[in-house]
Design a protein around this ligand. Sequence first.
Ligand SMILES: Cc1cc2nc3c(=O)[nH]c(=O)nc-3n(C[C@H](O)[C@H](O)[C@H](O)COP(=O)(O)OP(=O)(O)OC[C@H]3O[C@@H](n4cnc5c(N)ncnc54)[C@H](O)[C@@H]3O)c2cc1C
Length: 326
Amino acid sequence: MKNKKLTDVLKSVREHVVMRDFTTLRIGGVADYFFEAKTIDDLIKAVRTAVDFKIPYFILGNGSNILFSDYGFAGLVIKNTTTNIAIMKEKSQVIVDSGVMLPRLIMELASNDLAGLEFLYGVPGTIGGALHGNAGAWGNAIGDYLKNLTVLEKDPENGIPKVSQYDTSWLDFSYRSSKLKKIKSKEKPVILTARFQLARSQKEEIIRRLNAIQKKRQATQPIGLSAGSVFRNPIPKELKNISGSGTKNMPEFLKERTAGFMLDQAGAKKLKVGSAEVSNVHANFILNKNGAKGSEVRSLIEQMRDSVNEKFGVVLEEEIEYIGQW
Ligand SMILES: Cc1cc2nc3c(=O)[nH]c(=O)nc-3n(C[C@H](O)[C@H](O)[C@H](O)COP(=O)(O)OP(=O)(O)OC[C@H]3O[C@@H](n4cnc5c(N)ncnc54)[C@H](O)[C@@H]3O)c2cc1C
């Protein structure tokens, strides 16, 4: 890549792009470079180019599970908007690009009488982001439905990112986490496509379930700018590695120890820092009321953690991730 610039190789890359516009919290400073990957080939090319140029990269889905720093990101943000969905009705399976949004996939499956992922209806994320964090709700998690996936990862022999296919076990899912979420290196593997195993069900029946789920979400979650649950529910060590959700096989008494319950009991709903406020509907949600800064959200998170630690002696851990320079 001698004498070449990143902008020569990735033609539509943009420089100095504000990340606020690409996160559900509407928070985030400037990324040095920003590239939208509309196809899997774009995604592969962008990652390989970043590696060639020795520039850190970050794969951005819908930005719904992250707190992006006010100081931005020194590197290339690759926004994944890949779109393909290939349904194999006879096998009740789907192969989907990692940039597809969950609600779109779920509706497409419903139109084909395929069910399974309805519990994720209303989660505003991509397939890649959902697999990265093993997204779930009400005792279900996406990892339970994954059959296999393709990823782009560094070839240990020559350092060039190559495409590999793996079974579900490669992601080593645990409650709201996966092997990828635990990797802190700058050159993390990237999920390209995923194959899910679903079940046959009548479209009308699936739509009924989706309507019920939507109502449940509306009743329990706030409207406004957020990144979903701030903290994970604390799960005892012995239950941490159960395949899917942390709550499915959880003893009854632990359900009274969810992060939301403890935050509520600890009075967190009254907390705010600047324009960042704890929701009065759900104590595990932070809302950006009016141009809140990332630093304000971060200090609010510390206050929330302290409140639960003081009342219950439990140190909550973040479900959201901090991205960029802190
Ligand atoms: C209103 C609201 C409700 C929510 N409800 C839920 C819920 O019920 N359950 C739940 O689990 N979550 C929930 N969330 C959180 C969030 O929507 C999900 O975790 C979602 O799956 C994140 O996807 P994303 O595309 O937005 O990921 P992003 O926030 O863009 O990224 C999250 C992480 O995934 C990584 N990533 C993204 N794509 C890839 C890829 N292709 N390959 C490798 N890594 C990748 C990113 O690099 C980053 O580290 C909610 C959020 C909101 C705002």
